[in-house]
Design a protein around this ligand. Sequence first.
Ligand code: FMN
Length: 366
Amino acid sequence: MSDVMQPVRFSSVEVPNRFALAPMTRTSAEPDGTPNALMADHYERYAKGGFGLIITEGTYTDDKASQGYANQPGIINDQQVAGWKTIVDRVHSAGSRIFIQLMHAGAQFQANRYTDLPQGPSPVIPKGAPLGFYGDQTEWKTPEAMSESDIQAAIDGFALSAANAKAAGFDGIEIHGANGYLLNQFLSTHFNQRDDRYGGSLENRLRLVTEVVDAVRKAVGEDFPVGIRLSQGTVTDPDYQLPEGEAGFRKIVEAVRDAGADFVHTTDGDVNRQHFTEGNGSLASVAHQVAGIELILNGGIDEINCQDVANQFPGTLLAVGKKALANPDFVQRLKDGKEIDDIDFAMLQPKATIRNELAWREKNAA
Ligand SMILES: Cc1cc2nc3c(=O)[nH]c(=O)nc-3n(C[C@H](O)[C@H](O)[C@H](O)COP(=O)(O)O)c2cc1C
């Protein structure tokens, strides 16, 4: 396990090892979106458990339509920034780095304290049903198609939130461009049925994504890590494919790099899944071939395959989700040669809150 435990220089930060905690929504902030002590303990637990980089849960970016879930944290006002600052300081004291994930829910919208009306590229709802473990909603609301001024407001929200995150002491920004949220919706031919400059060709569908990357880069300056998480599939439609195949995905990675991103974070059901309409690469292998961009990889990374994935993709960070929930000290256990548990989804029921996880741990401690 020596390589995965080696420190790496990632973008402009030194990360103590190759492991990142994958971003995971916990709907545990105060109702007004302020991060709290429960969240500080939560993130500190993973830092103390050895994760070199913590990536936060998706955090909303404006007081319009970006929030997607009740008790989701935001980073749009002084109180929310102060809550995050405590978390950042606790993670730093434990020796880890921390990036914030900035997220606009778009049509994948279950609860929002600022508006009842979702916004999206077009009046199209996600496939499948809302996620029960993020709230009680049983049906999607049809979103309003965003006007150019709505789009500009969303871009401004990302930029303001990025500046706030830098002020709170975060080490970098991950823009959420994956899993069916707003930026992924603009890339998707399911969600995006526009016939203006934000819809149609891949170049047009990419426009909002690159405008957000550019605005975030300008908000934080040159020497600050900025990246974007990318997927084809969504949380309720994991098999969606871009019609432009592997070549289209390569174009997206090149475009975000040219707009100012230092890194891309690929996520799929499995890090090596070959799932393009055309081409036999994976998201990870295609992104790895693009010069001038660093990578975080995610999807089924565990104690068995982590060293192989690390060898296959030198210099990358490996983001761990479910195995980390099951083992907040996953990295430490790996170092010590201790057993690693599988996740018991009961810890996320009836809702994926930190409180429910802790109650599950207490019950199963024996
Ligand atoms: C409870 C839970 C919450 C999640 N929330 C987010 C999120 O806020 N942002 C995100 O990009 N992905 C989110 N994900 C997806 C994970 O980051 C990760 O991509 C997924 O679990 C697959 O990685 P794994 O195979 O290591 O678990 C979430 C996953 C889980 C299980």
